[in-house]
Design a protein around this ligand. Structure first.
Ligand SMILES: Cc1cc2nc3c(=O)[nH]c(=O)nc-3n(C[C@H](O)[C@H](O)[C@H](O)COP(=O)(O)OP(=O)(O)OC[C@H]3O[C@@H](n4cnc5c(N)ncnc54)[C@H](O)[C@@H]3O)c2cc1C
Length: 381
C-alpha cells in the first residue's frame, strides 16, 4: 500500500474520532489509523465528562443524539467527594454526563465516524515512523506499508509516536499522573447514580474511585502524581488491592465483591504546560498534546475539544494553502484560550493542595456552600 491523503489522523480514541467527525463534509481525503482493532480496551475511569458531550452537541445535534443512544452506559449525574477526614460533599453536574466502559464508548465513536463520514478507517495499523518532507509527511506502519499526507494529526495518546518523533520531549514526573483500574461486580451499598471519589489522607495528591458503568459493574481505580508515587516507591496495583481489602472507609463495600478484570495501568500527561503541540505540517490533540485536567484527571473532554479545534485548523490550512509552523500558531493559541489557561490554573491548585489533607478537607467542606460548588463545577468542567 502507498496512498496519498490530505490528512492522516493517527489514533482513533476520542481526540482522533472527534477530529474525523469535525472534518465531515470538508471534501478532504482523510485517513484515520489505529494500532488496535476495535472494540479495544483503554484503561480509564470511564466517566464521559459533560464538556465532551457539549462539544459534540455543538458540532452536530444528530451526532450528539447518536452518541447518547449508546445503550451500554450508566447514568451518574452526581459525584460524591469523600474528604481525607471522611466528610462527604455531593456535586450535581450541570451538563449531561454518563459513564461507559471505553471498550464500548470508543467503538461507538468509531462506528459513528464510519457511518457518517468518508474517512478511510484503518485498524490494526500501528504507525512506527513519521517523517516530514517539505510539502508532505510520510507515515510508515509496523507491517511495512507507507502512506503520505499533507497534514498529520497526532491523536495517538499518552505515548504518542507523533509527539515523540516531531517535538522535543522530556518526561517530567511532576506533570504526569499514573493510575490503575480494575472492574468489579458485587460492590454493595453504593448510592444510586453516583460516582464516589475518595481523597485518602495517605495517598495525596491523588484519589481512589468507584464508578458504576452499568450491568452491575464498577470501575474501581486509584491514581496519583507520578512524582509522589516514585518518591514513595508505591506499587499502585498493590495499593489498589490494599485499599479495597483493608481501608476502613472502603473495604466494607467490597466484602462480597468479585474482581472481574485484571488491574490495568496507564499514564496521564497533565495539562497546563507550554510544550509545543504543533509545527509545520502537523498538529497534536488529546493526550498526545498533554491536556489531561490535573485536579480530577479527566481527558476525554479535552481530547474531543482539541480534536475539533485541530479539524478547524486543518480546514484553515487547506483554505489558505499555508501549512507552515507560523500558520499552526493559530491552533496553539486556540487550544491555550479554550483549555490551556484553565488547565494551568488547576495544575497549580492541585500542587498547592498536595500533601495538605487538612486543606483538602477544608476546601471540600467549603465547597458544600452552593456558590463555591458552582465555581468548582465550572473549574473542573
Ligand atoms: C486510569 C485512568 C483513568 C482515567 N479516567 C478518566 C475518566 O474517567 N474520564 C475522562 O474524561 N478521562 C479519564 N482519563 C483520561 C483519558 O483516558 C484520556 O485523557 C483520553 O483517553 C485521551 O483521549 P485520546 O484520544 O487523546 O487518547 P486515547 O484514548 O489514548 O486514544 C489514542 C488512540 O491511539 C491509538 N494509538 C496509539 N499509538 C498508536 C500508533 N503508534 N499507531 C496507531 N495508533 C496508535 C491507540 O490504540 C488509541 O486508540 C483516565 C486516564 C487513566 C489512565
Amino acid at each position: 500500500m502507498s496512498t496519498a491523503y490530505d490528512v492522516a489522523i493517527i489514533g482513533a480514541g476520542p481526540a482522533g474520532t472527534a477530529c474525523a467527525l469535525a472534518l465531515r463534509g470538508s471534501g478532504l481525503r482523510v485517513v484515520l489509523l489505529d494500532r488496535a482493532k476495535f472494540p479495544r480496551d483503554k484503561v480509564c475511569g470511564d466517566i464521559i465528562p459533560s464538556p465532551a458531550l457539549k462539544a459534540l452537541r455543538t458540532l452536530s445535534m444528530e451526532l450528539y443524539e447518536e452518541i447518547l443512544a449508546l445503550t451500554r452506559k450508566a447514568e451518574a449525574p452526581t459525584s460524591c467527594l469523600i474528604t481525607p477526614d471522611g466528610h462527604q460533599v455531593r456535586f450535581h453536574w450541570k451538563g449531561r454526563t454518563f459513564n461507559s466502559a471505553r471498550l464500548h464508548f470508543d467503538e461507538h465513536l468509531l462506528n459513528t465516524v464510519k457511518k457518517h463520514t468518508d474517512v478511510h478507517v484503518l485498524e490494526s495499523k500501528p504507525v512506527v515512523g513519521v517523517a516530514l518532507a517539505s510539502d508532505h509527511a510520510v507515515l510508515t506502519t509496523a507491517d511495512g506499508d507507507s502512506l503520505t499526507a499533507r497534514l498529520v494529526i497526532g491523536c495517538d495518546g499518552a505515548n504518542s509516536v507523533v509527539a515523540r518523533k516531531l517535538t522535543p520531549r522530556s518526561f517530567d514526573r511532576t506533570r504526569h499522573c499514573v493510575a490503575v483500574r480494575a472492574y468489579f461486580s458485587g460492590v454493595t451499598n453504593m448510592p444510586e447514580r453516583t460516582n464516589e471519589l475518595y481523597f485518602l489522607r495517605e495517598y495525596l495528591p491523588g484519589y481512589f474511585w468507584v464508578f458504576p458503568v452499568g450491568e452491575g459493574m464498577y470501575n474501581v481505580g486509584f491514581g496519583m502524581l507520578s512524582a509522589t508515587a516514585a518518591a514513595q516507591k508505591l506499587d499502585l496495583k498493590k495499593v489498589l488491592l490494599a485499599i479495597v481489602q483493608e481501608h476502613p472507609q472502603v473495604a466494607g463495600r467490597f466484602v462480597d465483591a468479585t474482581q472481574i478484570s485484571a488491574i490495568g495501568g496507564a499514564g496521564l500527561p497533565l495539562g497546563g504546560t507550554q510544550r509545543p503541540i504543533a509545527g509545520a505540517g502537523f498538529l497534536l490533540a488529546g493526550d498526545a498534546a498533554s491536556l489531561v485536567e490535573p485536579l480530577l484527571g479527566h481527558g476525554i473532554d479535552t481530547a474531543m475539544q482539541s480534536g475539533m479545534l485541530a479539524a478547524e485548523q486543518v480546514k484553515r490550512c487547506f483554505a489558505s494553502q499555508d501549512f507552515s509552523a507560523a500558520a499552526m500558531q493559530y491552533y496553539t493559541h486556540a487550544v491555550q484560550e479554550k483549555l490551556g489557561r484553565k488547565l494551568a490554573r488547576n495544575y497549580w491548585l492541585m500542587r498547592f493542595l498536595s500533601n495538605k489533607p487538612r486543606l483538602v478537607s477544608a476546601s471540600f467542606r467549603l465547597a458544600s456552600n452552593s456558590l463555591l460548588q458552582k465555581w468548582l463545577v465550572r473549574a473542573v468542567g
